[in-house]
Write a protein that binds this ligand. Sequence first.
Ligand code: NAD
Ligand code: ZN
Length: 364
Amino acid sequence: MLNQPTAALMMEEIEVAPPQEGEIRIKVVATGVCHTDLYHLFEGKDKRGFPTVLGHEGAGVVESVGPGVTDFKPGDKVIPLFLSQCGECKFCKCPKTNLCDRNWSSKYHDIMSDPTTRFTCRDRPILQFMGTSTFSEYTVINQIAVAKIDDDAPLERVCLLGCGISTGYGAAVNTAGVTPGSVCAVFGLGAVGLAAVMGCKNAGASRIFAVDINEQKFEKAKVFGATDFLNPKAYNKPISEVLAEMTNGGVDFSLECVGNTEVMRTALESCVKGWGVSVLVGWTDVKDFSARPIQLISGKTWKGSLFGGFKSKDSVPNLVCDYMTGKIKLDEFITHKMSLEQVNDAINLMKTGQCIRCILNISK
Ligand code: NAD
Ligand code: ZN
């Protein structure tokens, strides 16, 4: 549990109330640690978002269901979704978007949490981070934000489909719409960026530039299909110029997977005029971004992507199947495994760039 921004997470005994109408209580089995957890800890820092239980990239088993829940039963394997799919709002009904109006983020975007929580600690309510809170043995979530998955799915791996991998992969295949033979650049090679590399590769890109200031990430990027590796710090001119020279004018698709407004600008500037598409995937909401209007006037498109553009409840079970049939990789993202007690060590590994994904084993 986390009481205030920038502090260490504390192990606390909390009460997890039974599920109410339409809700499901989930026994969390495993969870990844994503940079968005770190963002809330160190960068976002909106004090109203605390105390909270972090974690949003988990998988588990249904423990009990509330009244009116018919699609889930105790024992079902599930993945909690930080982006819901109610199926009824105007956004869910529209094929152009994966946003759902009933998601916590429609109302509580600033605090990054759902205040209608079933968590209490010594009678004090505890916020539910991104509506999920997977750094907990149990959590309660509305059925519109839970995906039922294959009974044979290994939970300690497919948990990654609850956020990072679906996000990066979908940003390439759905939002950018990477085309066969195209040239792509991915900025930031954490799990999200590496999944974007995998998406570019699966979509048939002929050349994939992997860009990161931490060169230790390049080896993994190769595993996922990157063909060229660039460290912006190794050049004495902007990396957008380096890319323009290497590609005869710029890349067809660029994806920003860092969460840095300067890199967002660079990613846009790295695209070719006329048809280049740049996608914002990295998460930040504390600074404005900027670019010269000519960048867009010259025919480039600047887009953003939440959860890879996937309609969550429909798509996550299919992505689990894609993993089980070998269409997408997951194992290669996992560099560390720890217990929930070691969560602060896991956060430190990510903060210092030493891991791709650390999986926390929560319960058997
Ligand atoms: P991560 O910390 O594991 O990876 C970030 C990578 O960016 C690191 O390899 C780091 O070395 C690199 N980097 C830092 N500064 C850079 C720079 N100036 N130029 C190039 N590379 C640089 O993080 P992650 O878990 O992969 O998440 C990446 C981003 O995606 C975060 O901002 C996260 O909040 C965001 N995110 C967005 C969504 C969404 O739906 N849009 C979902 C999940 C995560
Ligand atoms: Zn995440």
